[in-house]
Design a protein around this ligand. Structure first.
Ligand SMILES: Nc1ncnc2c1ncn2[C@@H]1O[C@H](COP(=O)(O)OP(=O)(O)O)[C@@H](O)[C@H]1O
Ligand code: SF4
Ligand SMILES: [Mg+2]
Length: 333
């Protein structure tokens, strides 16, 4: 039987990340991929982490799951129901990964075993983590495939991953991630590798799952378009740091950080053929091996002034709205 959902009570702090740092040792020096990051999620909440490629989004998720590359090191803490994931032993974190936190990645093909049928892969999870009989596990797997809209699941479950389209593989991975009813689903660019119509299906599916199951979602994306309609809260990252974090409507309608405002202008407008309204952000993010002093967005910021040579601290401009910028904190559009 699926475990009862005793841990998740709406409004309870699910994940609390404090002063998270991710450092990579390289031949050229230390890469500071995540820099003193703080954020928290309450159960049932969907938090989107957005930012350009290289801003530290994936490394944040990988650090929390203790899946950093061998040359990487995490500092700070990431408490899941009060227990620091970063201090867990391999056995403890494996248990959390299988049962309480699930993760899906950008490329579904690399997450599925090409030599095993979908049935074998799904049953293995349930038999290992839930000690279910194969018969019960099969019923549960079929139920999950139905929930993610896989047509004819009785036939489809016996197939191999290559017999599925990319969008169907991603749906299967979501189903696999949710088999043990985790409290938290981390989805890292889940729609990036898929074409636009399939992206919409996955977004709709995640929205439905969120409504039906109260699963909290940490959604990582470089595309603000994916965030609308799915996230409750948005954290904007730049060069490994939090620059703004606020409820989704605040971010979309009252952004206060020049980088957030620039990101919003860079979103392709679906209602404009040819993306004429898109304004990519000029310039490049700073080198993480050698961060400039002061605000890291300074070299690209149209609003920069003298004070920006000093690093701004994160402050709460209105309840629940944090900002790292020397501007007065008023809305920028
Ligand atoms: N194993 C590694 N060694 C050195 N640098 C790394 C390693 N893995 C990631 N990085 C660097 O960390 C930074 C943040 O990466 P990432 O979190 O993957 O960005 P994104 O926001 O696109 O998900 C990037 O500059 C990347 O080059
Ligand atoms: S601190 Fe200064 S440079 Fe940085 S985003 Fe704000 S105005 Fe721009
Ligand atoms: Mg990434």
């Amino acid at each position: 039987m699926p475990k009862p959902r005793t841990m998740a009570k709406p409004g309870k702090i699910l994940l609390e990340v404090e002063q998270l740092e991710v450092l990579f040792k390289t031949r050229d020096g230390v890469v500071r991929a995540v820099n003193k990051l703080d954020f928290s999620m309450v159960s049932g909440e969907t938090l989107a982490i957005v930012g350009e490629s290289g801003s530290g989004k994936s490394q944040t998720a990988l650090a929390i799951m203790k899946l950093l590359a061998a040359n990487g090191k995490a500092r700070g803490s990431a408490k899941f129901y009060g227990r620091n994931l970063l201090e867990m032993t391999a056995t403890e974190i494996n248990e959390v990964r299988g049962e309480h936190i699930a993760m899906i990645f950008q490329d579904p093909t690399s997450s599925l075993n090409p030599y095993m049928t979908i049935e074998e892969q799904m049953l293995e999870i349930l038999v290992r983590h839930r000690q279910m009989s194969r018969k019960d596990a099969r019923l549960r797997a079929l139920e999950m495939l139905t929930q993610v809209d896989i047509p004819d699941p009785e036939r489809r479950i016996r197939q191999y991953p290559h017999e599925y389209s990319g969008g169907m593989q991603q749906r299967v991975l979501i189903a696999m991630g949710l088999l043990c009813q985790p409290e938290l689903l981390i989805a890292d660019e889940p729609t990036t590798a898929l074409d636009v119509t399939v992206q919409d299906q996955i977004k709709r599916l995640m929205r439905e799952l969120k409504e039906k199951s109260n699963t909290s979602i940490l959604l990582i994306t470089h595309d603000l378009g994916v965030v609308a309609g799915l996230a409750d809260k948005v954290l904007v990252m730049y060069a490994g740091q939090l620059v703004e974090c606020a409820p989704v409507d605040e971010i979309f309608y009252r952004p206060r950080h020049p980088y957030t405002a620039a990101l919003l202008k860079a979103v392709p407008r679906l209602d404009h053929v040819g993306d004429y309204d898109m304004h990519p952000i000029p310039g490049n993010p700073p080198n993480l091996l050698n961060l400039p002093t002061g605000c890291p967005f300074r070299t690209r910021c149209a609003e920069a002034f003298d004070a920006c040579h000093e690093m701004p601290v994160v402050r709460e401009v209105t309840p629940g709205h944090s900002l790292r910028c020397h501007l007065d904190g008023g809305a920028l559009k």
